[in-house]
Design a protein around this ligand. Structure first.
Ligand SMILES: Cc1ncc(COP(=O)(O)O)c(C=O)c1O
Length: 388
């Protein structure tokens, strides 16, 4: 085993399942290992590299901003942050006005819990089974997958998980004590499961007509992944709180909790973070948003996604249970374990993700080329044909 892997294995915390390659370089939708082997990257740093690896404009921005100013806490004003806040507000669904900047998806969710409590003075939150909202104690408590949360009980009180897309359970559970309902528009880690329009509209309606807030977690679906800047746009939803992260900083850690007009009672000192809104991440995010907010890129995302799903469906492979997705967020549910498929894809120069035990998940950079899309599709068909 190569030196880097031995050293990492010796000293890493041990919380990650590791794959036996050392990635040292990336460009667009491609990454290379230390031996120069090339891979089409449908992992994208877990859905981070929406604009691809080392996009030249992002590299230039990071270079320039590093020479200007890297850190500047939010107790001072900053030019890059000011630009980013304006941009995010203008791009957000329903022109949401206020934004808390942080450093990861889980922090964006934690902030949403605190703001929902402050705003409503209530503590009950409804989330969905199979959801994933992060690994810190608040977001973990919302996460509807026992394998992640059970070892860390007791969790945050007041949280009820209902089956995703179940309107009846939602209306039964929702009451005057409900502070917020949090939903992913497409459950990512939970197996790439699409939200049902009627269900999501019922959440919106219940929250709007009662004193409760609709929190949408777009940490994975946000920023072009589904072919719209925000996946909520497919459903015309207007969240009270919108959480994003992953691709926002193009790989520089960043998250944001975007707040609508119904959020109240936020005052200086009620929340904060040292690194949140730092100029380097803000400059990177300004460039990322300019690149993603492009009609052709978003149209390609939809077209390539449809191409992959249609090709796979047409094959009628006996080991595929279902192909699901929107844009370049694709889940291929198999009738068997996904691990051997992931291994074989890697042997054939393609990196992909699982979502649970049986779903093959593709989150390629949105800048992936048609040729690369075809290579990935053909490889999946070939491998699944040989396995069945
Ligand atoms: C929908 C969703 N919410 C929250 C998170 C947590 O984000 P992070 O890993 O940046 O804390 C993730 C991570 O995969 C996610 O997919």
């Amino acid at each position: 085993m190569a030196k880097f892997q031995l050293n990492e294995d010796k000293h890493t915390s041990g919380v990650y399942f590791k794959r036996d390659i050392t990635i040292v370089r990336g460009k667009g939708a491609l990454v290379w290992d230390e031996n120069g082997n090339e891979y089409i990257d449908c992992v994208s740093g877990q859905g981070v590299a929406n604009i691809g690896h080392c996009h030249p404009e992002l590299v230039q921005t990071i270079e320039q901003q590093s020479n200007m100013l890297i850190t500047c806490p939010e107790i001072f004003y900053n030019d890059q942050r000011s630009k980013l806040l304006t941009k995010l507000s203008e791009l957000s669904p329903g022109n949401m006005q206020r934004i808390f900047l942080c450093n990861s998806g889980t922090e964006a969710i934690e902030a949403s819990i605190k703001f929902a409590r402050l705003s409503t003075k209530k503590t009950k939150i409804i989330s969905a089974l199979r959801s994933f909202h992060g690994r810190t104690m608040g977001s973990l408590s919302l996460t509807g997958q026992k394998k992640y949360s059970q070892p860390f009980a007791p969790l945050l009180p007041g949280i009820t998980q209902i089956p995703y897309n179940n309107v009846e359970k939602l209306t039964q559970t929702f009451d005057d004590d409900t502070a917020a309902v949090i939903m992913e528009v497409i459950q990512g880690e939970g197996g790439v499961r699409l939200g049902d329009r009627q269900f999501l509209e019922t959440v919106q309606e219940l929250c709007n007509t009662n004193e409760a807030l609709f929190i949408i977690d777009e940490v994975q679906t946000g920023l072009g992944r589904t072919g719209k800047l925000f996946a909520t746009e497919h459903f015309n939803l207007k969240p009270d709180i919108l959480c994003i992260a992953k691709s926002l900083g193009g790989g520089i850690p960043m998250g944001a909790t975007i707040l609508g007009s119904r959020i109240q009672n936020i005052h200086a000192g009620s929340h904060g973070t040292t690194f949140g809104g730092n100029p380097l991440a803000c400059a990177a995010a300004n460039t990322v948003l300019d690149i993603i907010n492009d009609k052709k890129l978003l149209a390609d995302t939809i077209n390539y996604g449809e191409y992959i799903t249609e090709c796979l469906k047409k094959q009628n492979l006996s080991n595929i249970r279902e192909v699901r997705g929107l844009g370049l967020m694709i889940g291929i549910e198999l009738k068997h374990k996904v691990t051997p498929v992931l291994k074989e894809l890697q042997n054939q120069g393609i990196l992909a993700l699982p979502a649970g035990n049986t779903v093959l998940r593709l989150l390629p950079p949105l800048v992936i080329t048609k040729d690369q899309v075809q290579t990935v599709t053909n490889a999946i068909i070939r491998i699944l044909t040989n396995i069945s």
